[in-house]
Write a protein that binds this ligand. Structure first.
Ligand SMILES: Cc1cc2nc3c(=O)[nH]c(=O)nc-3n(C[C@H](O)[C@H](O)[C@H](O)COP(=O)(O)O)c2cc1C
Length: 195
């Protein structure tokens, strides 16, 4: 058995009464022993929307405020990410976008999967925007994803899925792709980049 890869599951919404942690916990339960899980809840941090004077692409380690202490290290330690996101006005919650923009090397050449939830749009509009964003950061987003449109009809009051099989299959397919890409990218990152 090879060493498990480090997967950070990011809870992207931070508002009071949010549903994101329920979805993230469900996904964490789907992860098998190919990965170790670090559940990164952005509500545990205070991330300013005002970014540093110099973009992280030029200065990858800017001085970060005390409210972000430990966050960058957790992102840096991850081999792969699964981003759990709702749609906010057909796009990404600002809390999530800010965290992405505060970082650069932490995403570089890593594999990223998505779990979306929302009203009718099920998080897929945010997911599609995130694919563009992570492309700019030289991350690889995997094709398969999990989406919960009208999540409030799909989950019960205890946070369990009423009909778990289809979603468990979608999560397994996502994890298979994520594992393949993460394995490839961990090996590739170990070599110097030669353009
Ligand atoms: C500012 C805002 C914008 C939203 N925009 C959409 C949307 O474009 N499409 C959709 O299906 N649901 C939309 N919703 C509904 C959210 O997806 C739903 O409230 C979900 O619970 C939000 O995730 P959270 O509870 O983790 O914050 C929106 C909710 C908020 C607060």
């Amino acid at each position: 058995m090879s060493t498990p890869l480090k997967l950070a599951i990011i809870v992207g919404s931070v508002r009071e009464g949010r549903f994101g942690p329920v979805v993230a916990r469900w996904f964490a339960e789907q992860v098998d022993d190919r990965f170790t899980v670090d559940l990164v809840d952005l509500a545990d941090y205070d991330v300013p929307t005002a970014l540093p004077a110099v973009p992280p692409a030029l200065d990858p380690n800017p001085e970060r405020p005390a409210g972000m202490a430990g966050l960058s290290e957790r992102l840096a330690a991850a081999d792969a990410f699964v981003v759990v996101t709702p749609d906010y006005n057909r796009s990404v919650p600002a809390s999530l976008k800010s965290v992405i923009d505060w970082h650069y090397t932490q995403w570089d050449a890593k594999a990223i999967g998505f779990v979306g939830y929302s009203g009718a749009t099920g998080g897929v509009l945010a997911i599609e925007h995130l694919r563009q964003v992570f492309g700019e950061l030289n991350a690889h987003t995997v094709r398969n994803y999990v989406s919960f449109p009208r999540y409030y009809l799909l989950f019960d009051e205890q946070g369990g899925l009423r009909e778990p099989e289809t979603f468990a299959e979608a999560a397994a397919a996502l994890l298979d792709q994520l594992h393949w890409w993460t394995t490839a990218l961990v090996a590739a990152r170990a070599k110097a980049f030669a353009a």
